[in-house]
Structures are given as C-alpha cells and as structure tokens.
Design a protein around this ligand. Structure first.
Ligand code: FES
Ligand SMILES: [Fe+2]
Length: 450
C-alpha cells in the first residue's frame, strides 16, 4: 500500500492496478470492521421477517451478532446481541417471537425494546445501586427502504436516503413497483472460501458470464428450467446489449432499457409458467407507472448491482468472516401480491441459480476462491490485479446519475468500488466521506417508505 500521505492507496484509477494485499491482510480486515462496517448503512433484513409485535430475527452487522426486533409498539430496533453484564449472547435462536430476552448466564432480562427490565438480586446483590436505565442493549440506528431494513452504528452518518442517493432511482425499478410492497424468503446460509470484496466486485462483472457460466446457461435451457434466451450467450451479444454500467453515490449498478411489452424474465420462469408471468407483469404496469413515472414504470429494468459495502444482487449479503472467508446469506425478495405460483417459481429459481447449491453460484465460487488464494502468495502479490477495462471511457450523458460508462462491459464500477473502499478506510469520520448530490426527478408516488 503505497505511501501518499493517505494510509491506503491501493487502486490506481488511471491504470486499474489494484493491490492484492487488501484481500488477505488481517490488519486491513480488522480496520475494515471499524471503518466500513462500523460506519456504513448495512442491509440486515426485511420488514417481512418480523411482521408482528415482539418478533425477532437474528442477523449480523459485519461480524457483530445483531437482533432485529419489532417491539411491543411495533417499532423496529437493531440491538447488539450482547448482555450488558458480561457479554453473553441474549438470543440463541435464528428467529421467533418473545416479549423479552433472558440472558442464560446470570438471568438479566431485556425487553423487546432493548430496555433492561430485570436483574437477579437487584436489591440483595447490588444494594439497589445499579442504574438499569443505562444498561439497555447497545442499539444501532435503523432505517428502511421499501421494506429492506438497514442499520448503522455511526451517529455521524447521513440518513439512509442520502446514503443510497440516486442509486434509489434505479433500485426502485426492482423493489418499489407495487403498492403492496415486497416479501422476503430466506436466508440460505453458507461459507465461501474467499474475501468478501470479491463477490461484491463481481456484481458489475458481466464480462465473466458467457465464460464462467457457459455450462449452467446451457443446462438451464436444456432441462427446461428457464426460457431466458441465453443458450449461446456470447461476449458479442453482451457488447451490443441495450444496457448501462454506472456507479452512483458509492453503489455499482447496471440496468437495461426494455420495451414496454418485453417480459422481465428471471430465473425460475419456464415454459410452464411464462404465460401467467407475462399476464401478471402486464397487469401491474399501470400501477408501476403511477408509482415510478412513465419511463421507469415501463422501460427501466435493474440488472446486476450491489450496494456498498456488502450487498450482492439485492438483499443478498457477503458477510465478512476473516479475510479468507465470507458467509453468504441468500434471500429472495418478491412482490407481495404476485400469484403464489409465480412467487414460488421465482424463489426456487433464485435459489437454484444463486443459492448454496445453485449452479451459477458454484461456477462463481470457484473463481472467487482462486482470486483470494492467489493473493496469499508473496510472489503473486508483486503483480497487481488488472482492472483497466474502459479506463477513460465514460459517457458524458448527464441525464443519468453518477458515473456512466461508455459501454456496458466495463470495469469502471469495480475501480470505483475500490475507490469507495479507500475513501472509507482513509476517513477519520463521516465528514471526510463524500456523498453525491441527488439530481434525479422522482416521478410517481413511490417513496423511501415504499
Ligand atoms: S452475562 Fe448476562 S446476566 Fe451475566
Ligand atoms: Fe457469476
């Protein structure tokens, strides 16, 4: 990591050369936990995981275990799963419904609103001197976007709305089309032997698809699991795709412009259900136009994308587990009012492709593992990763937000992801982290709240 006055200088934006040590170094990893996972707005779940009062869902902010609760008044909270006495975990289950959480070490008991309600021997052992009001569970800030729950430890961080910025204008096309909102299924959890940043950077890497996923694409079509027209997807087809590659306020995105009557096909749509799927999509266009305006409602399709730092294609998380391991959490988010048959087909299709045993996921994991492995070698580390594709080729089109690449197949988003990483790692506080002003017009009735 080159000395430039700033601690981290790992990516050269003019050449795309990237220092491999950020993938394997324990000290870098420890600092990421504080400077990135201690500061950023992080997806931790979905409102549909805790629909009722006193529901809870156990999740993580980086490596920290966190309880997402809906208290007795219906308010959402995110608490560090750590008893304020000695630090035992107060929740051991993945999810459930509980008015309070009993610590199984000495019995301190916390409410679903985090307040310390009961201390064994409060008078007899503590002589009435314990200030229970100061000993509630440690709480993170919580905000939601279209049902997705985000949390943040840093009181100096901007609002979630400012953090997403105009990335939301594009995200709305997937997550904010319906009045009834979305519902979330999952998670499927597994551990991948790679650094957490590699699957995130891969979200804007459509360059790999025709090669890495060649076998999966052909098998899917052969066995009738999809009608996605990708049997012989080639690089040439991608180079000509009517799609964009853009980096907005820290978030790498890609999108396509589709004809109004073009079905927005997804994994899980097969010959058996495609007609029902197309009917459903047609029926909701007027609602989508009312919510998102004419162009977004009719023509915008969000494609592969990630949310900084560790969101992977929607509400899927790359949770760091040391520099050499990532715990993947796969959720499927679908529109709540979809016909059940379509909903189930999409959830199954999503798991069959990107779940633990998903064909595409297994293709990807093998690459990511080797990218991390090679970074361990002192010899290999002398040679930097090459992220030079499309350097200097930005589209000057100012009607889009952020930095738009001239071509869809580019490494602009990947270079910028590591620039964003560096901005967080070099910052003393949120005051040093830049945010882009929001410039897009949000036509329609959709808001942050859904
Ligand atoms: S550690 Fe929880 S009551 Fe002692
Ligand atoms: Fe892939």
């Amino acid at each position: 990591m080159v000395a430039t006055g700033k601690k981290y200088d790992v990516i050269d934006s003019s050449t795309g050369r990237l220092d491999r040590r950020i993938f394997i170094d324990q000290d870098v990893y420890d600092e990421e936990m504080e400077k990135i996972f201690g500061r950023a707005w992080l997806m931790i779940g979905h409102e549909s995981l805790v629909p009722n009062k006193n529901d809870f869902f156990h999740t993580y902010i980086g490596e920290d275990p966190v309880i997402l609760t809906r208290d007795a008044k219906g308010k959402l909270h995110a608490f560090l799963n750590m008893c304020r006495h000695r630090g035992n975990r107060v929740v051991r289950a993945d999810d459930g419904n509980a008015k309070n959480f009993l610590c199984t070490y000495h019995g301190w008991t916390f409410g679903s609103d985090g307040k310390l309600e009961y201390v064994s021997g409060e008078q007899e052992a503590y002589y009435g001197s314990l200030n229970k009001a100061e000993l509630g569970l440690v709480e993170a800030r919580v905000e939601t976007y279209a049902g997705i729950v985000f949390a943040n430890w840093d009181n100096g961080a901007p609002s979630l709305e400012a953090y997403l910025g105009d990335a939301r204008w594009y995200l709305d096309a997937s997550f904010n089309r319906r009045d009834s909102g979305t519902v979330c299924y999952g998670p499927i959890k597994w551990v991948e032997p790679c650094n957490w940043k590699t699957p995130v950077d891969n979200c804007s890497d459509n360059y790999h698809v025709p090669v890495t996923h060649l076998g999966s694409l052909r098998s899917e079509v052969k066995f009738g699991a999809t009608i996605l027209d990708a049997t012989y997807l080639t690089h040439n087809m991608l180079f000509k795709a009517p799609s964009q590659h853009l980096f907005v306020n820290g978030h790498p995105l890609t999108y396509s412009t589709v004809a109004e009557d073009q079905p927005r096909l997804a994994h899980g749509i097969s010959k058996a259900n495609v007609n029902q799927f197309i009917e459903y999509q047609k029926s909701v266009v007027p609602e989508a136009v009312r919510r998102l305006g004419e162009w977004r409602g009719r023509h915008l399709q969000l494609d592969n994308h990630s949310l900084f730092p560790n969101g992977v294609l929607g509400l899927r998380l790359a949770l760091p587990r040391g520099p050499l391991a990532t715990e993947f959490w796969h959720f499927a988010v679908v529109e709540r009012d979809m016909p059940d048959e379509i909903k189930h087909a999409l959830v199954r299709g999503s798991a069959n492709n990107n779940g633990a045993a998903g064909m595409f996921e297994q293709d990807d994991i093998d690459n990511w593992r080797q990218v991390t492995e090679s970074s361990k070698s002192p010899i290999a580390r002398k040679t930097r990763q090459n992220l030079s594709m499309g350097v200097g080729h930005l589209n000057g089109d100012t009607k889009e937000a952020g930095q738009v690449s001239e071509r869809y197949i580019s490494e602009n988003n990947q270079r910028n992801f590591y620039v964003r990483w560096q901005q967080f790692m070099n910052a003393d506080s949120w005051g040093d982290i830049p945010l882009e002003p929001m410039v897009k017009q949000y036509e329609g009735t959709a808001t942050m709240r859904g």
